[in-house]
Write a new protein. Sequence first.
Length: 214
Amino acid sequence: MWPTDSEGLIAALVQRGVDRERGWYGGLIATSNRLGNVDASVLDKHGHLDLALHCSEPAVKILIWGHDGLSAWGCTTDLNVVAKVVMAWQDGADGSALADSQTCIHVGTEEEAIAEQWNFMLSQGFDYLQDIAIPISEDPVLRRLRPWVSHGSLCLLLGNKPIGEDGRHLAFHDLGRGLWWLNVGGSLETYSGMSKEAAIALASRLASSWITER
């Protein structure tokens, strides 16, 4: 029987030999610092591996995060493969090694990794973020930036450096009543009380100049 929730997924993997005591953070993970709903996460020195039950079909999305962002990803309908991936991760394999051993795991370019993160957020992201994430994703300039969620706000980063290491990032904060606060990292500039459309348009102009300079 295909698992329908987090506990069912973890139980199915344990039955296939996965050690639940090694790095697991189980239960539905819906924190304010994730792109979307994750059913289980396995921590390791390389970073963490997320598992998410696919929302529209019996499949498991696998996201492998290194210290500089998404390093590998994949999707499979075979729970035996998922178990093998998790056990290899627990044994110290990184994203590249997992991609070498499992055909469902893919290591791509920075652009492909960014596209995968957008796809995950739009398909399995939190409902409260969709109001801003969808129109942002429709802007071709902003779609080239890496989406991230920090303390419940959608952020866009240039490249794979975390927030704080590269000043060029944008953060959209919902003020309510249809108003938004746009924070521009690096310059410490803030633009408050803007409509969603105005915030996105300004962000697009700023991001365009960053991409040109890169």
